[in-house]
Design a protein around this ligand. Structure first.
Ligand code: ADP
Ligand code: ADP
Length: 235
């Protein structure tokens, strides 16, 4: 089944007269790993925010066309109804941590989701096992390396038990070696959880064969007549 479907989506920010996306279409199947790439300013973040339902609600952007999540039109969901089914990992994990230890940070995420106290312990243990972070349960987040912090941030996204994981250039702040390790770790995580991954990334060199499919956005924002899927890499 399709988890994300864009059909002829045109989006422009209110103060801009050119569209960031014009007649953009894409379909993502459950369990796929897809990356959106293209030069800075081409609209990658905008596209990711549209998937995460942060627009148009928070931004007043203008959208035409159709966006479907999990087979239903985006607008047909009540506010907050699907938010927990889509989780995001951002470039800079430091910006999202609120608590001192890994365990507390995970518990904090669950509290925000209004998960009952009795369920928390089980969910925390499960996600730590899934992400192979059990040994880091009591670690002070700020004492961890950049790569480990990014794993913790990803675990915080996974504890929501989402169906889609959105990655916003998650290795930008990692050195190449650490980035490679993070990607290998993510590979195992995706195999274990079969979660759908949609990433944006302007540098693909370190990702090797991680993604099944690449969608390239172009910088010039004239309307595009057609959109073609391409199989860039074979797993
Ligand atoms: P990318 O992630 O590929 O760098 P973005 O989606 O961030 O691209 O930006 C696409 C275009 O939209 C850029 O020209 C950018 O300046 C513009 N843009 C991004 N966010 C906003 C905003 N909140 N208001 C107005 N214009 C924006
Ligand atoms: P090609 O393989 O034909 O050179 P690209 O890989 O560069 O194409 O782009 C893939 C498709 O994505 C293109 O067919 C184009 O129509 C579409 N596309 C790229 N950027 C945008 C955009 N900003 N808005 C809408 N569609 C876009």
């Amino acid at each position: 089944p399709k988890v994300i479907h864009f059909e002829d989506v045109t989006f422009s920010y209110p103060d801009k007269d050119t569209a960031v996306l014009s007649n953009f279409s894409m379909s993502i199947e459950k369990g796929e790993r897809v990356v959106i790439t293209g030069p800075s300013g081409c609209g990658k973040s905008t596209l990711l925010y549209l998937c995460n339902r942060l627009y148009p609600e928070n931004c007043d952007g203008i959208v035409s066309g159709r966006i479907e999540l999990f087979g239903k039109e985006n607008d047909s969901y009540r506010p907050g109804e699907v938010n927990h089914r889509i989780a995001t990992v951002f470039q800079d994990p430091d910006a999202q941590f609120c608590m001192p230890t890994v365990e507390e940070e995970l518990a904090f995420t669950l509290e925000n989701l209004l998960v009952a106290r009795e369920e928390m312990e089980t969910k925390i243990s499960e996600v730590l096992e899934l992400t192979r972070l059990t040994d880091y349960r009591h670690s002070i987040i700020q004492s961890l390396s950049g790569g480990m912090k990014q794993r913790v941030a990803t675990a915080c996204a996974m504890i929501m038990e989402p169906e889609i994981l959105l990655l916003d250039e998650p290795i930008t702040h990692l050195d190449p070696y650490t980035a490679k390790q993070y990607i290998e770790w993510l590979d195992l995580l995706q195999q274990k959880s079969s979660i759908t991954i949609l990433a944006i990334e302007h540098r693909l060199d370190l990702w090797d064969n991680f993604f099944h499919r690449t969608i390239k956005l172009k910088e010039d924002r004239i309307p595009y007549e057609s959109y073609t899927k391409r199989k860039s890499m074979v797993q």
